[in-house]
Structure formats: structure tokens, C-alpha cells
Design a protein around this ligand. Structure first.
Ligand code: GDP
Ligand code: MG
Length: 429
């Protein structure tokens, strides 16, 4: 029995979904512990191509139980739409393979609207929200102004609770933002259309996980976004509103006593970032356009063009440290195959001084990248399955990253499909 968490080391979209899909083979349960429908985890396997938002990426494996923990932002409307999409492609979703924690808070209909209203108020100072209501949701959760999924089993009390919240939230909607008020009829409709449908999946997943742990089952925890978007340790305020770090697993999954044996940090072979905020290694112009095209860097949730740059060793080393990564999965190495020489951000220059420490957010705004180059390999590596068969320049690139960030690289992916992976667990170091 061993537990593992798959986390992002950078700004998100590192390829966590494909790693979870690959590794679920070895686990009995897959648990999402934070974040919400703003995620986009792309999985390509024998069932097709999927962009998962809230569903754990273990739903494709028969016999795996998938759980949404109490730490997630549970949007019943988006979840039901996602379940319908996945079912339409022949993937079974039932309480046999999918459960929702009764302690997960519900993202209420006004959260998405408040997200959009606040971004509109900020105008050109926006945070670059995906407008899925995540920030208003987590603010309300910590203010204790939302409802728990388990309340769906107590309809009378739930309606009373919702009408209380409705009165409170309408003050903000109408008096702060000048928006329309919500009505109880609207909430009744939402309850009937979506909440009724998620109810069969809701249960005491804490007991389920504790029993799984006692009976020696293995659990894989799946993160959303990456270390640099962690609310407490990321590039605040351009973070997300939850903790993306492995350290949050025991709380957000609903298994406070969880012992995590392995932390697999997913690192992309270059950098991408969606939304606003300092992104020191950012490339622009034609160079950026080429990399964006080569990596198909458009958001799975929003379709937005992702900002791109070379691998950032300063940020990646920090990400590895705060995640406590025990090993790394390096993804999308194949994307760099077109480059004559490969740029690498090795340090930051701040106020004329070079540093390899990831700075405080205010300093980050002033940082410039120090770029060095490595040789490219200029050939198709997507069919390679053994580390030793990679061109020497590609091996050197992988080993350089491993050394720079101080963590062993156990997987290198060279294509988006499940099997496009090199396992180098036994690589001599
Ligand atoms: P996540 O949010 O961390 O799960 O990552 P996303 O799914 O949002 O973004 C990763 C993207 O890269 C997806 O479109 C994947 O299909 C794709 N991808 C993952 N691994 C590889 C790889 O090794 N090579 C290529 N070319 N694409 C990959
Ligand atoms: Mg993503």
C-alpha cells in the first residue's frame, strides 16, 4: 500500500491529467483535493480525448473509485454537464466509481456572476480569472456563507439556509455591483436541475477513505494548477484561491491522517502560464508563436492562448521545494524538437543582481530572465520509449534539469497519448 500525489510544479497545465490517467493503473482510488471547474486536465486514451474539469482523471479505469474531496469547489451545474459529456463518449459514471464528499461546499449560482462582475470592475487590472466563480466561492466558504453537499439530504433546512444566504448575497449583488438580485425561485430551479442529480454521488467520503486506508488500499491524489498558483506560496495575488500544494492533501481530500509516500511533481519541458501576473521567462513575437503552435498551448477550459517561455529553473526549483516533490515527470519534451538551440532561464536578474532564489511577489515584477542555450536535437522523438534511445542532446537537457532542480526525473513524456512515455525509474544516476 502506498499513497501518491500528482502535483503541478509550475503555473498549471503541466500535464497532470495525463500522468494521473497513466498511473491510476496502480491505485484503487483517485481523489481531487482542491480547486474546481476552472481546471482543464486533458487525457487521451483508448476511450478518446477528454478535457476533464472537476472529475478526477481516474474515471477511465475500471475498478478505480474517484472522489471529490471537501477541499474542491463543487459546481453542480458544471459537474452535471461534464458527466453528461464523458458519458456520451461511453465512459460509465455512477456511484460505483464516483463519489462526492458530503463536506464539499457548493459553488452557488451567483459565484460565477460575481467573478465576472469583479473582473469587469477591475477592467485593465484584471486577475485573469477563468470566471468560473472560484475566488468568490472560496471567499464565501471561509466566511461560512455557502452550503455543504451533505445538506442536499435535508431539503427543508437547506432551503432555509439558502434563503438566508440569498438575502445576504443580494446586498452585494445589487448595492455593490448594481446587478440583478437572485430569487428563491431561481435557487429552487438550480436545486431541481442540478443538485438533485448530484445527490446520488454524495456520501461520507471521509469514512470511505479511512476504511480504504485501513484495508491497505492505495490512493492517488490529484492536484489542480501548480505550485506557483498556490494561494499561500505562489505569485499572490495572481494565485488561485486554494492550496495547490501536496501539503494540503490530507485536509482537502478528507483524509486528515493521510500519509503521502510519493509526491510526483509534473514539470513541462518549457513554461506556460494562463492569465495575468508576472511571468519572468515570457517569450514574445514569432519565437513565442512558434512554441505556442508546437505545444498547442491553448487553454483546455477557456481556449485562451497560453503565455509561453523557456523552462524556468528558478521557478521550477522553488516549485519542487514547496511541493516536497520526491520525483519529477517531465512532459512535452517532443515539443522542443523543432528548436536549433533550446533556451533555458537559469537565473533572474533583479536590480542589476543575479539570483537563483525565487523572489517575493513584489520583487518578481522587477525580475528579468537570464537565458542560456543548450543544443537542440532536431528530430522526432515521439516514438522513443527508452531514455537511452533519446538523442544525446535530449538526454543532456533532461539531466541538466534534474541536476538544476535537485530531484530525480522518473518519467519523460514525448506525446499526449497514454503510452507516449519514457519511464526512467532505473536510469543510472
Ligand atoms: P494539466 O492541467 O496539468 O492536466 O495539463 P493540461 O491537460 O491542461 O495541458 C497539457 C496539454 O499537453 C494537454 O493538451 C495534453 O494533451 C498535452 N500533453 C501532455 N503531455 C504531452 C506530451 O508529452 N507531448 C505533447 N505533445 N503533448 C502533451
Ligand atoms: Mg490544465
Amino acid at each position: 500500500m502506498s499513497n501518491c500525489v500528482i502535483v503541478g510544479i509550475n503555473w498549471g497545465d503541466e500535464g497532470k491529467g495525463r500522468m494521473v490517467d497513466l498511473l491510476t493503473e496502480r491505485y484503487d482510488l483517485v481523489v481531487r483535493y482542491q480547486g474546481g471547474g476552472n481546471a482543464g486536465h486533458t487525457v487521451i486514451n483508448d476511450k478518446g480525448k477528454f478535457a476533464l474539469h472537476l472529475l478526477p482523471s481516474g474515471v477511465f479505469r475500471p475498478g478505480v473509485m474517484n472522489v471529490l474531496g471537501n477541499g474542491v469547489a463543487l459546481d453542480p451545474e458544471n459537474l452535471m454537464k461534464e458527466i453528461a459529456d464523458v458519458r456520451a463518449k461511453g465512459v460509465e459514471i455512477s456511484p460505483e466509481n464516483f463519489r462526492i464528499s458530503d463536506r464539499a461546499s457548493l459553488l452557488l449560482p451567483w459565484h460565477r456572476e460575481l467573478d465576472a462582475l469583479e473582473e469587469a470592475r477591475l477592467a485593465d487590472r484584471q486577475y485573469g480569472s477563468t470566471k468560473q466563480g472560484i475566488a468568490p466561492f472560496y471567499s464565501d466558504k471561509y466566511q461560512k456563507k455557502t452550503v455543504l453537499a451533505g445538506e442536499l439530504f435535508y431539503p427543508e433546512e437547506l432551503r432555509e439556509h439558502l434563503s438566508e444566504l440569498l438575502m445576504w448575497k443580494n446586498l452585494t449583488l445589487t448595492k455593490v455591483y448594481g446587478a440583478e438580485a437572485y430569487t428563491m425561485e431561481m435557487l429552487d430551479q438550480w436545486l431541481a436541475d442540478y443538485c438533485e442529480k448530484i445527490r446520488p454521488f454524495v456520501c461520507d467520503t471521509g469514512t470511505l477513505l479511512r476504511e480504504a486506508q485501513k484495508s491497505g488500499k492505495s490512493i492517488l491524489f490529484e492536484a489542480q494548477l501548480g505550485a506557483l498558483r498556490d494561494l499561500d506560496f505562489g505569485i499572490y495575488p495572481y494565485t488561485t484561491s486554494s492550496n495547490t500544494l501536496a501539503a494540503y492533501v490530507p485536509i482537502g481530500s478528507g483524509l486528515p491522517s493521510a500519509k503521502i509516500d510519493e509526491v510526483i511533481g509534473v514539470v513541462k519541458a518549457y513554461s506556460t502560464c494562463v492569465g495575468e501576473g508576472p511571468f519572468v521567462c515570457e517569450m514574445f513575437g514569432e519565437e513565442a508563436e512558434k512554441l505556442r503552435e508546437a505545444g498547442a498551448e491553448y487553454g483546455a477550459k477557456t481556449g485562451r492562448a497560453r503565455r509561453v517561455g523557456p523552462i524556468d529553473l528558478v521557478a521550477t526549483r522553488y516549485g519542487v521545494e514547496v511541493q516536497g516533490a520526491t520525483e519529477i515527470a517531465l512532459t512535452k519534451l517532443d515539443v522542443l524538437s523543432y528548436m536549433d538551440r533550446i533556451p533555458v532561464c537559469t537565473k533572474y536578474r533583479i536590480g542589476g543582481k543575479e539570483t537563483d532564489c525565487f523572489p517575493f511577489p513584489t520583487e518578481l515584477e522587477k525580475a528579468e530572465p537570464v537565458i542560456e542555450y543548450m543544443d537542440g536535437w532536431k528530430c522526432d522523438i515521439s516514438g522513443v520509449r527508452e531514455f537511452s534511445e533519446l538523442p544525446k542532446a535530449a538526454q543532456d537537457y533532461v539531466e541538466m534539469i534534474e541536476k538544476a532542480v535537485g530531484c530525480p526525473i522518473s518519467y519523460v513524456s514525448v506525446g499526449a497519448e497514454r503510452e507516449s512515455i519514457i519511464c526512467i525509474c532505473s536510469k543510472p544516476r
